[in-house]
Design a protein around this ligand. Structure first.
Ligand SMILES: Nc1ncnc2c1ncn2[C@@H]1O[C@H](COP(=O)(O)OP(=O)(O)O)[C@@H](O)[C@H]1O
Ligand SMILES: [Mg+2]
Length: 274
């Protein structure tokens, strides 16, 4: 038995297919196969990245897990139970950073805690703890519009962590940030994950981000998406910025680059039609 087979499986996807009904360029209806025989196991407490070319179906898979989209065939279990029977609070999508504009920063953090009926004093305590973790303790009484984009994203991260889901689904959470903020938040998220050890499924199209963060990287084919290969990232933790300059990092990056390149060429041979 490998260590992987001994670990508890959090998410298991088998032969998942998703076909969208679209209209082609002539206006006729046709099926667009986005996920095809998609198989994936994510272990309990694992940081797993889903990496693949644009349009390969990464967000589609995350949306399905979050209950925002359905799948057409195959099987998905979370904690061994079919996805359909999951309660809302088992997973949470981390995307778009929709903060409530009429609530202050701290009140935004408390939303999920209110849903869980956590008592007011305790709510405040938890919210403050996570605001401190993302370095925004001084801003608790500001409104979202008074913050920069990067700060709003930090609030959104703090909010999702305060809610304490045992599964975090993150769809390119740092993609729109400037390089400096992105790097800071990557390290911050890692630090929090290293204490919390929640399961994270993290979608990215950035090779460096995937290597820096993950225990394993699930590399997807171009559409119709399926898992091409799973790469274990055996770099030591805790990981810091310095690790990007190591020879091991460079060699993993090179390997993933050529895989992504090969997929990109395949997309071109489809005539660029995504
Ligand atoms: N609701 C939808 N209806 C029709 N096509 C969709 C829908 N959602 C996504 N697609 C298509 O599915 C493909 C995969 O999309 P997506 O999962 O967003 O890719 P990724 O996140 O990997 O970039 C794209 O070709 C996209 O146009
Ligand atoms: Mg996407």
């Amino acid at each position: 038995m490998t260590p992987d087979s001994l670990a508890m499986v959090k998410i298991r996807a088998r032969k998942v297919c998703r076909v969208f009904n679209i209209r082609n360029t002539r206006g006729a209806k046709e099926g667009l196969s986005v996920l095809e025989r998609f198989d994936l196991d994510v272990n309990e407490g694992e940081f797993m990245s889903l990496l693949g070319p644009s349009g390969c179906g990464k967000s589609t898979f995350l949306n399905i897990l979050a209950g925002l989209d359905k799948f057409d065939s195959g099987k998905i279990t979370v904690d061994g139970e079919p996805l359909q029977e999951q309660s809302f609070n088992r997973g949470i999508v981390f995307q778009g950073y929709a903060l409530l504009p009429w609530r202050t920063v701290i009140q935004n953090l408390e939303v999920g805690l209110e849903i869980r009926h956590i008592e007011k004093k305790e709510r405040r305590k938890i919210a403050r703890h996570y605001l401190e973790l993302v370095g925004l303790a001084a801003f608790e009484n500001q409104y979202p519009h008074q913050l920069s984009g990067g700060m709003r994203q930090r609030v959104a991260i703090a909010r999702v962590l305060a809610y304490h889901p045992d599964l975090l689904l993150m769809d390119e959470p740092f993609a729109a940030l400037d390089a400096q903020t992105r790097e800071n938040l990557q390290i911050e998220l890692l630090r929090i994950w290293e204490t919390d050890k929640k399961t994270i499924l993290f979608v990215t199209h950035s090779i460096d981000e995937a290597i820096l963060m993950s225990d394993r990287v699930a590399f997807m084919s171009s559409r119709p998406g399926h898992i091409r290969e799973i790469i274990s990232i055996d770099l030591p933790r805790p990981r810091t910025e310095d690790i990007r300059n190591s020879a091991e990092f460079a060699s993993i990056r090179k390997n993933l680059w050529s895989m992504l390149q090969a997929e990109a060429q395949q997309i071109q041979s489809y005539g660029g039609y995504l």
